[in-house]
Design a protein around this ligand. Structure first.
Ligand code: ZN
Ligand code: ZN
Length: 158
């Protein structure tokens, strides 16, 4: 069974062109309407759907995400050719990750276990209550309030 959000996630191997078109048709709007909704030039939408665009700037990405009703991260995933399934299991280095920023895609790789930069063990669960980490937009575990960033936060005086 698919939730609405999963159905709107990019399919494995789906290109940006296919993805944008699929979402747009799903909403039943034309390119012009999408351009207006997203605050993006009609030409840019046309280019995107013809597969001439493979990267999106911040503004375009957020405009599209808003207009199409999907998280902006989905466009990152589709631009980088990473399946959302792979990124769904959030993993990050508790030492290198800067709270409030997107985790490095290298950490999110399905088989990654250790940080590419410092070799610390990657974390995908809360160190206190073991709930899976669902969003790194949060700095703290929503279940128990433990900081995601460091396991030593409560052990040091600094
Ligand atoms: Zn690290
Ligand atoms: Zn927790």
């Amino acid at each position: 069974m698919h939730t609405l959000e999963q159905a709107q996630a990019p399919n494995p191997g789906e290109s940006l062109a296919e993805y944008v078109r699929r979402l747009r048709l799903g909403l039943g709007i034309n390119q012009k309407e999408l351009a207006a909704k997203a605050g993006v030039h009609l030409q840019s939408i046309g280019k995107m759907e013809r597969g001439k665009t493979t990267t999106l700037n911040h503004k375009t990405k957020n405009g599209l995400a808003c207009a199409l009703g999907v998280p902006a991260e989905y466009f990152d995933a589709v631009c980088r050719g990473i399946a959302v399934e792979a990124t769904a299991a959030l993993k990050f280095c508790p030492d290198c990750w800067v709270p409030g920023t997107a985790p490095d895609p290298l950490w999110m790789h399905l088989r990654a276990k250790y940080c590419f930069a410092c070799a610390a063990e990657l974390r995908s669960h809360c160190s206190k209550c073991n709930e899976p980490i669902i969003s790194l937009k949060h700095r703290f575990c929503p279940y128990c309030g433990r900081s995601y960033k460091s396991k030593q936060l409560t052990n040091t005086d600094s």
